[in-house]
Design a protein around this ligand. Sequence first.
Ligand code: FAD
Ligand code: NAD
Length: 402
Amino acid sequence: NSKPKIVILGAGYAGMMTTKKLMKRLQPEEAEIVLINKHNYHYQTTWLHEVAAGTINHNQARIMIRDIINPNRVRLIYDAVVEVKREEQLVVLENSEIKYDYLVMALGFETNTFGIKGMDENAFFIQDIDSCQLIREHIEYQFAQYKNSEQKDDHSLTILVGGGGFTGVEFIGELAERVPQLCRKYDIDRNIPKIINVEASPSILPGFDEELVAYAKKSLQERGVELKQGTKIQSCTKEGFIVGEGHELIKAGTIVWTGGVTGNSVLGKSGFDLTKGKVTVNSDLRAPGEENIFVLGDCAWVMNEAENRPYPPTAQAAMQHATTCANNIRALLHHEPLQKFVFSDKGTVASLGVTDAMGTILDGTKLYGKPAAAMKKVVDNRYLFLLGGLHLFLKKGKVRPF
Ligand code: FAD
Ligand code: NAD
């Protein structure tokens, strides 16, 4: 087989969309396309906080890859990537190896604990479907256990969330809906379980629009969430977080760390030069010095030249990377010039629960409450439509009425 082989690592937003676009842009005889992913499903990373809180079922957030990508057109390999040997143009998987002519690294993020003592051992992470199911089950177990124990420890029902960025805030927003449900299910007084968020910066969502942040705080606090802002987590033990200069212990039965993310560790194992765990890509999204390796999504450090800082890692950006990458692979195959990546900001909307949200859209228009929550569902559903058409939207879309 003399066709060039394009190997895509990771079936997240970037990997799935690159694969779909390549299927459209290339004739089958032009190249062999291989998609490699740890699981046989793609999942909605942007819905993981809902899976972790238990406000949606994990099956709604995952989609079988073969339902979207025709396995007769793209070779699908379900295995974990261990490292890339660039000199040999070889990807090492847990169970096999595969050569490539063109490589797309789209393995997503990993939770970053910044070496905080005890965090890896004692906290849960919002990382993937499995880690989020564990959080959901653990929370529910705490409620069942409390109900069944003779000597009740109220702290066992406290849910402690470290880091008040978008992930932390979206998660506590879901918890504010889930905890009352669990109280009803286990017949427990709503005043006993606590939801506490700890953020080192003076405010949650540091750097985001002040009015929108104020709205988020009010919404969360009114629903019983406690915000400890300007409070740095020093370490984590089995019992909870140790915070602030005074090393105060905040006790909890469930500890979740949402304090930061970095690029997939396969990048480092493969010897790429890293900036905060990611590869600083060229404007055409190739790794520096590499003719045939593209790095996309949360693995890529993409500079916003105008503001001299990197773009935040988002699904929105990952999907746009995919378009540029697919165009550029086609250009390489056709010996044409490569495109520069240009980010088009469609806004940022964060959910605060099932029917509440806030954010900006397109021209910076601010949205609050139900209109924002509706917009968030439109964004989610639009992605499903782009990925798998009407069929996927009807199967997995968010069509719950308010
Ligand atoms: P991912 O979507 O993370 O996909 C990576 C894929 O690689 C996964 O399928 C994974 O299983 C696979 N993989 C990982 N390691 C290996 C390995 N070693 N071998 C094989 N396969 C592997 N962004 C927005 O724009 N809007 C939002 O509303 C939003 N909400 C978010 C909510 C939450 C709770 C979180 C955590 C993030 C949110 N983000 C949001 C950010 C967004 O999810 C990420 O930027 C986006 O997922 C990055 O896409 P990706 O394709 O790079 O990686
Ligand atoms: P983040 O890095 O954006 O936020 C982490 C937060 O944890 C920060 O506010 C930081 O100050 C805090 N923190 C770090 N160390 C701490 C410590 N020791 N003690 C207390 N607080 C500490 O990470 P994230 O929230 O996981 O977001 C990751 C990326 O995903 C971002 O780019 C974000 O834009 C994107 N995202 C977007 C959405 C959305 O658009 N709706 C939702 C979720 C995530």
